[in-house]
Structure formats: structure tokens, C-alpha cells
Design a protein around this ligand. Structure first.
Ligand code: ADP
Length: 208
């Protein structure tokens, strides 16, 4: 019967959304949220919902949302809350009702966290663990410049990188307090290699 599913598969049936993993990654640009998010999605069968990727896709396909988001993104500033809600909330509700999700890039502000929490809570699909990927700018900036050379991201120039780090630092403390007060925050040191970060994170998740 058991075909060797990975650990952490949610059980079938009505308790699914109670047991599904609903994770949130919080971390500065360059902290490895994207990589970690993909690995979590593979390992635990949850959906990776990455706000930045979804937004960039909208910009590339020149959708209505994309046109409204492009200017802020090119400056490294946040796009409007309503735009982000429109894009991510429906996906969160659907994934939360099935195998669970790992969020990357949403919520990013206290307001987004409060609105997101109210809506997901009333649907029984709220975040069950918030993971801070913690690293200092002197680790992050070289990583981001390296990525800018290797990938063609519209928002990876040195000035925009600095702007994104500043925006992150301004927004993150209230966000961390929000999840800390809910007893949902864990911190992982993100300055090591992807493999080191992954080992630390697996240990935390598998002990819960
Ligand atoms: P980074 O974490 O490096 O800023 P992301 O890929 O998460 O990269 O986001 C890229 C850009 O998309 C941000 O600079 C911002 O303009 C926009 N964005 C992403 N997530 C949000 C969000 N939750 N709220 C507002 N804007 C967002």
C-alpha cells in the first residue's frame, strides 16, 4: 500500500488542512528563499508560492497586473498590496486546502501579514511555521551581484539591490514580531552553503 512516499505527506481525508505543512519563508534578497522554497516543495509535496516570481511572470507576459507592477519593481520598491493580494491569495487558499504551501515573498509587511492572516485563518489554512533565513549584507550583496551576472533579472542591478535590502530591513522587524507573538517563528542561519542551510532546516521541520 505504502509506495514509499516521502515523510511528511499529509494524510488523506478531512483533516488534511489541519496537518498539511503551511510554511512561510522570510529573508532578505539573496538569503536563498527561492532555492529553499523549491526544495521544500519537492521534499514535502507542498506548493511553492513565490510572490516575486509570480509578479515577474506577469510583467514578462505584459498582463494587466504586470503593467501595474512593473514600475515599482524596477525601482526595487514594493508593489501595491491590492495587486499582491489579487495574485497570491487565491493560490494560498487552494494550496492550503490540499497539500499545503511554502510562501516566499508574501507577506512582506505587517499589513500584508495581518490581512493574509485574517483571510487564511477564516479558511483554516493559515501559516503554521514562519522561517527566518538570516544573513548579513556582506554575505548577501556578493551573492546578489553574482546572480545578476548569471541571470537576466530586471531588478538585479547594484542600485536596485541596495534599495531592495533597505526595503526589506525597514519592513521586517514588525513582521518578525507578528509571527514571534504567535509562537510561529524559527530562525535559520542562511550564511552557509545551500546544503548547510538545508540540513539545519530539515532538522527543524522533521522535529515538528
Ligand atoms: P527580493 O526578495 O529579492 O526583493 P522578490 O523576487 O521576492 O525579490 O521580489 C521582487 C520584487 O517584487 C520586489 O522588489 C517587489 O517590487 C515585488 N514584490 C514581491 N513580493 C512582494 C510583496 N509581498 N508585496 C509587494 N511587492 C512585492
Amino acid at each position: 500500500m505504502n509506495g514509499g512516499e516521502p515523510d511528511g505527506d499529509p494524510p488523506q481525508g478531512s483533516e488534511e488542512s489541519e496537518n498539511a505543512r503551511r510554511l512561510l519563508l522570510i529573508g532578505p534578497p539573496g538569503s536563498g528563499k527561492g532555492t529553499v522554497g523549491q526544495r521544500l516543495a519537492e521534499q514535502y509535496g507542498v506548493e511553492h508560492i513565490a510572490a516575486g516570481d509570480l509578479l515577474r511572470h506577469q510583467v514578462e507576459t505584459k498582463s494587466d497586473i504586470g503593467r501595474r507592477a512593473a514600475e515599482s519593481m524596477q525601482r526595487g520598491e514594493l508593489v501595491s498590496d491590492s495587486l499582491v493580494y489579487e495574485l497570491v491569495l487565491p493560490r494560498i487558499l487552494v494550496a492550503g486546502k490540499t497539500n499545503g504551501y511554502v510562501l516566499d515573498g508574501f507577506p512582506r509587511t505587517l499589513v500584508q501579514a495581518e490581512v493574509g492572516r485574517a483571510i487564511t485563518d477564516s479558511n483554516d489554512v493559515a501559516v503554521t511555521l514562519a522561517i527566518l533565513l538570516d544573513a548579513e549584507p556582506d554575505v548577501l550583496i556578493p551573492r546578489l551581484l553574482d546572480r545578476a551576472r548569471n541571470e537576466d533579472r530586471i531588478d538585479d542591478t547594484p542600485e536596485v539591490i541596495r534599495a531592495r535590502l533597505d526595503v526589506f530591513n525597514e519592513e521586517v522587524e514588525p513582521l518578525l514580531d507578528f509571527y514571534r507573538e504567535l509562537g510561529l517563528l524559527v530562525t535559520v542561519d542562511a550564511s552557509g552553503s545551500p546544503e548547510e542551510v538545508w540540513v539545519e532546516l530539515r532538522a527543524i521541520l522533521d522535529s515538528r
